[in-house]
Ligand binder design. Structure first.
Ligand code: ZN
Ligand code: ZN
Length: 411
């Protein structure tokens, strides 16, 4: 404390409030407030001055903060009032402080040192946070606040930054006509034009819209974003236990949603298109996990065989694909939007489920990112080896379903 007093004495001729006198020494220890530390220092400084025959430190109007801390109750009122616009369980206060005040604080630091200093912004955030808690009984959350109240101290103006709502689930896509995510019209980029019948969309609906549009009115929100654990082609169904996803709802007014009821409503409104299950609250961290996951996939493929081949030969060929690597050059159908690369992919197994002369049904499990259609037809030799080549007759895919996402997490 002696060294601290020595430093603090350098400010004895300044007009400072207790907050601003204590704050340069905020990190000297814990268990007290800047204001209390400032009051203690003032006593010590005044004792020192008295010993030198001097009167106490002058304090009328703080030369750093202009007595801004007197306004904490008023700021807290403004924040609490603004917070009434949303439903929330926890919050955080952020303040914008007049740059003039900040530069006066820096001047003070240059006088007394800033090794242990805390910026005025942090003290205000904390003090206003405490006062808001006293009014609202809602907790301050430093890590993942549901809402941040941004206060401009010059005008006591408050803006809210509401954290998105994240909901995890698994979906089945029962239609071969809709994409996973909302797809803006290529001609008008979503504005609406004759090409899209003024919908602004390439497709009538999507998994994202079937799920998100039901949630929006309950959350009193306007926008959603969809994060899937990979995606299937539009003409592929997604069956089995479904595909994990997280839907992100921006700026929700209401966060407490009845997820089982929502699940029911989504499924009723999406009959024959989409089914969801296991809805629960999620987080941004989980979005990252879902997007980074590379699970194996299980597929069922209906294949047309354009030539003569017998079942025994098919069985033999399929066996050669068990636990093998294939090399796939970027398929012709996606080459316009993806880099032309060669990738190695692992086939775990391929089994024959049904066989009738010119048709067969296969079930296969492959590494994430395998182009299954190309594995079947060969993509003009861009996938090596491929099924058509090995059978010696051209094969084409009539229908493709994803029947399992092997994510080892749930389900
Ligand atoms: Zn002050
Ligand atoms: Zn359009």
């Amino acid at each position: 404390m002696k060294e601290v007093l020595e430093q603090a004495l350098k400010a004895q001729d300044k007009d400072l409030c207790d907050h601003c006198l204590g704050r340069p020494f905020a990190h000297v220890g814990t268990g007290t407030t800047d204001e209390r530390r400032g009051a203690e220092l003032r006593l010590l400084i005044n004792e020192d001055r008295a010993a030198r025959g001097l009167g106490p430190m002058v304090h009328q109007r703080c030369s750093v903060c202009d007595e801004i801390f007197d306004q904490v109750p008023r700021f807290a009122e403004a924040v609490a009032l603004k917070l009434q616009e949303v439903h929330y369980d926890n919050f955080l206060v952020g303040t914008r402080v007049d740059p003039v005040v900040q530069s006066r604080e820096e001047e003070l630091w240059s006088l007394v040192g800033q090794e242990f200093a805390e910026p005025i912004k942090s003290e205000l955030n904390r003090e206003i946070g405490k006062a808001v808690y006293a009014i609202t009984s809602k907790d301050v959350d430093f890590k993942n606040p549901q809402v941040v109240a941004l206060l401009d101290t010059r005008f006591a103006h408050v803006e809210l930054d509401v954290a998105p709502l994240f909901i995890y689930g698994r979906y089945r896509k029962l239609s071969r006509e809709i994409p996973q995510t909302k797809w803006p019209c290529r001609m008008c980029q979503g504005k609406g034009c004759p090409r899209c019948g003024n919908t602004g969309k390439m497709y009538q609906t999507s998994v994202q819209e079937q799920v998100g549009d039901v949630i929006l009115p309950y959350a009193q929100a306007k926008e959603h974003f969809f994060h899937g654990m990979g995606r299937e082609d539009i003409d592929a169904r997604m069956l089995g236990t479904g595909r994990p996803f997280v839907i992100e709802i921006s700026s929700p007014v209401t966060r407490a949603l009845d997820l089982p009821a929502l699940e029911k409503e989504i499924n009723e409104k999406s009959k024959e298109l989409v089914e969801v299950e296991g809805l629960r609250t999620s987080s941004r961290e989980e979005v990252r996990k879902v997007k980074d996951a590379t699970p194996d996939k299980e597929y069922r493929v209906q294949v047309s065989i354009h030539g003569k081949v017998n079942k025994g030969a098919v069985d033999d060929v399929l066996r050669t694909f068990n636990r093998t690597r294939i090399v796939q050059r970027t398929p012709i159908r996606v080459a316009h939007r993806r880099a032309d690369l060669k990738r190695e992919r692992y086939i775990v197994y391929v089994v024959l489920e049904e066989f009738q002369d010119d048709k067969m049904t296969l079930r296969l499990r492959t590494e994430s990112g395998t182009y299954v259609k190309e594995f079947v037809h060969g993509d003009e030799g861009r996938t090596e080896p491929n099924l058509s080549e090995m059978l010696g007759v051209p094969c084409t895919v009539d229908a493709l379903d994803v029947i399992g996402i092997i994510d080892n997490n749930e389900g």
